[in-house]
Unconditional design. Structure first.
Length: 450
C-alpha cells in the first residue's frame, strides 16, 4: 500500500496516468455517445471494473520486473500418466458435448439422424471454415463467399489435412477440434503446475470444462486450435524453448488475429528473466528476436489477403462492410449491448436470452473475476487478458463475447483462484454448470448464439 501512497513511485505514476487515460477515453466516447442513461452507466461500470483490474495488476507488474516472483510449487506427488488421463478426460468431455447437443436437439423436436446432426454444426461460422477448407478463398464469385476472407486460414488448413483421413470435411473439423481440446487440457495442466498446486491446476481445468460456450470447443471452429496454440506458446517459452513456443504463437496468430497478443506475456517474461539475471543479455537478445516470429503468423494471413484480393488488409474492409465490425471501445460495447437487450426483452425474447444477456454476463463476469485474480496471477498473464479483452470486446458489433472469452485461459484460472473455499467452489461450479447448460439450450434453439 505504501507504494501507492508514494507519489513518485512507478506504481503510482503508472496507475494515475492509466486512470487519466481511461477516464479521458470515456469522456471522449461520452461526448458523442447515443442512447439513454442505462447504456452510459453500463459503460461506466465496464470502465470502472477494467480500471480495478489494472490497479491490481500494476503493483504485481512492477514487483515482477524488479525480479520478484513467487516460487513454483514442487512437482512432487504427480500421478503416473497424468497427461494421458487428462487428455482422455477432455476427449470424454468433447464427446459429452456432442452428445448433449444431439440430445437437446431431439428433445426440442430436431432431427436426430446422423446427417442432420452433423449438418447442424454448420449453423455457426463453421460453414465458412468448411468452405475454406474445401475450396480455399475465392477471388471472384458471390459476396457471401468473397467475405470469407475474414476467417483466418490456420484452422481450415488443419481440417483440410485431416479430411484426407476421414473423407469428410465436417468429420475432419470435429476431429481436429476434439483432439486440440484434449491436448489443450494436457498442456494447460503442465503450464498451471509451473505456478500452482495440483489441486488448483485441476480445479482450473474443471472450470474450463464448465464455461458457458464450452460447445464451441467441440464445434468445427477455430477455438480449440487457437487455445492449444496459445497454451503451447506459453508453456514452451516458460520452459526456455522460445523458438518452438513462438512458432506456436505464430500459428495462433495465423488462426485468429488475437494470437498476435501473445507477444505481451512473453515480453513480460523476457524482462523478468533479464532483471533477475536468469539469462544473459545475449540470450535475451536471441529471445527478443524469437519473439518477432509471432507477428509473422498475422503477416502470413495478410499475405493471403494480398494473394486473393490484391489488398493485404481486405479483411478489414469486409469486416466493416459486411458485419459492421470496427475496433471501438470495450465500454461502448456494454452500452449498445445493454440498450439492445432492453429493446429486445419484450419484442424479441430469443435475442435477449440467447444473444445480448449472455454477452453482457460474460463480459462483466470476466472483469469481476479478474479483479482479485490480478493480485495472484503472473503479471504477463494479466497484461495479456487486459489487451485481449480490450480488443475482443471492443468490436463495434460484438455477438460472440462468450466464445471469445472461453478461449482466454486466464478466465477459468481466475474462476479457480476465486474459489478459495469449498463452499465457494461448489457455488461457482453449480453456477457455471447451470449457465453452460442454459447457453447450450439457447444454441440448440438457434437463439442467435454465435
Amino acid at each position: 500500500m505504501k507504494k501507492h501512497l508514494n507519489l513518485k513511485s512507478p506504481e503510482f505514476l503508472i496507475s494515475a496516468l492509466g486512470l487519466l487515460g481511461l477516464g479521458g477515453l470515456y469522456v471522449y466516447w461520452l461526448s458523442s455517445a447515443a442512447g439513454g442513461l442505462p447504456g452510459k452507466l453500463a459503460a461506466l461500470l465496464s470502465a470502472g471494473l477494467f480500471a480495478l483490474v489494472c490497479l491490481g495488476f500494476v503493483p504485481r507488474w512492477m514487483d515482477f520486473w524488479r525480479g520478484n516472483a513467487p516460487a513454483a510449487p514442487a512437482p512432487a506427488g504427480e500421478k503416473p500418466r497424468a497427461g494421458l488421463k487428462i487428455f482422455l478426460a477432455f476427449l470424454a468431455v468433447d464427446i459429452g458435448i456432442l452428445s448433449l447437443v444431439w440430445l437437446l436437439r431431439v428433445l426440442t423436436g430436431g432431427d436426430g439422424g446422423c446427417e442432420a446432426s452433423l449438418n447442424f454444426w454448420l449453423c455457426l461460422d463453421s460453414a465458412h471454415y468448411i468452405d475454406i477448407a474445401r475450396d480455399w478463398y475465392l477471388s471472384e464469385g458471390s459476396v457471401d463467399r468473397l467475405v470469407q476472407l475474414v476467417f483466418f486460414p490456420g484452422y481450415p488448413l488443419a481440417v483440410r489435412l485431416f479430411e484426407k483421413l476421414t473423407g469428410s470435411f465436417i468429420w475432419a473439423g470435429l476431429l481436429v477440434s476434439g483432439l486440440c481440446f484434449g491436448l489443450s487440457g494436457c498442456v494447460f495442466y503442465r503450464l498451471l503446475r509451473l505456478d500452482f498446486s495440483r489441486e488448483e491446476a485441476l480445479r482450473t481445468l474443471k472450470y474450463l470444462c464448465l464455461l458457458p460456450g464450452l460447445f464451441f470447443f467441440a464445434a468445427p471452429m477455430s477455438e480449440s486450435l487457437f487455445l492449444l496454440c496459445c497454451l503451447c506458446c506459453l508453456y514452451l517459452t516458460r520452459r526456455g524453448r522460445w523458438i518452438s513456443g513462438c512458432l506456436f504463437g505464430a500459428y495462433a496468430a495465423f488462426t485468429r488475429s488475437l494470437g498476435a497478443a501473445l507477444v505481451i506475456p512473453l515480453f513480460f517474461e523476457l524482462i523478468y528473466e533479464l532483471v533477475s539475471r536468469r539469462i544473459t543479455p545475449g540470450n535475451g537478445a536471441r529471445r527478443l528476436a524469437a519473439l518477432l516470429i509471432i507477428p509473422l503468423g498475422f503477416a502470413a494471413y495478410c499475405f493471403v489477403n494480398y494473394e486473393v484480393s490484391g489488398n493485404p488488409f481486405m479483411f478489414m474492409e469486409y469486416q466493416a462492410q459486411h458485419w459492421g465490425q470496427r475496433l471501438g471501445f470495450f465500454f461502448g460495447t456494454a452500452a449498445y449491448q445493454l440498450a439492445l437487450a432492453i429493446s429486445c426483452f419484450k419484442t424479441n425474447p430469443p435475442n435477449f436470452w440467447g444473444l445480448w444477456l449472455p454477452n453482457l454476463i460474460c463480459a462483466f463476469s470476466a472483469l469481476a473475476l479478474m479483479i482479485p485474480a490480478a493480485r495472484r496471477l503472473r503479471p504477463g498473464y494479466t497484461a495479456w487478458f487486459i489487451a485481449y479483452f480490450a480488443v475482443a470486446i471492443g468490436a463495434t458489433w460484438l455477438l460472440s463475447a462468450p466464445r471469445y472469452l472461453a478461449a482466454m485461459p486466464t478466465v477459468p484460472l481466475a474462476l479457480s483462484l476465486c474459489a478459495k473455499t469449498r463452499k465457494l467452489d461448489i457455488l461457482l461450479t453449480s453456477l457455471c454448470l447451470a449457465l453452460s447448460l442454459l447457453y447450450a439450450l439457447a444454441f440448440v434453439l438457434r437463439w442467435q448464439v454465435w
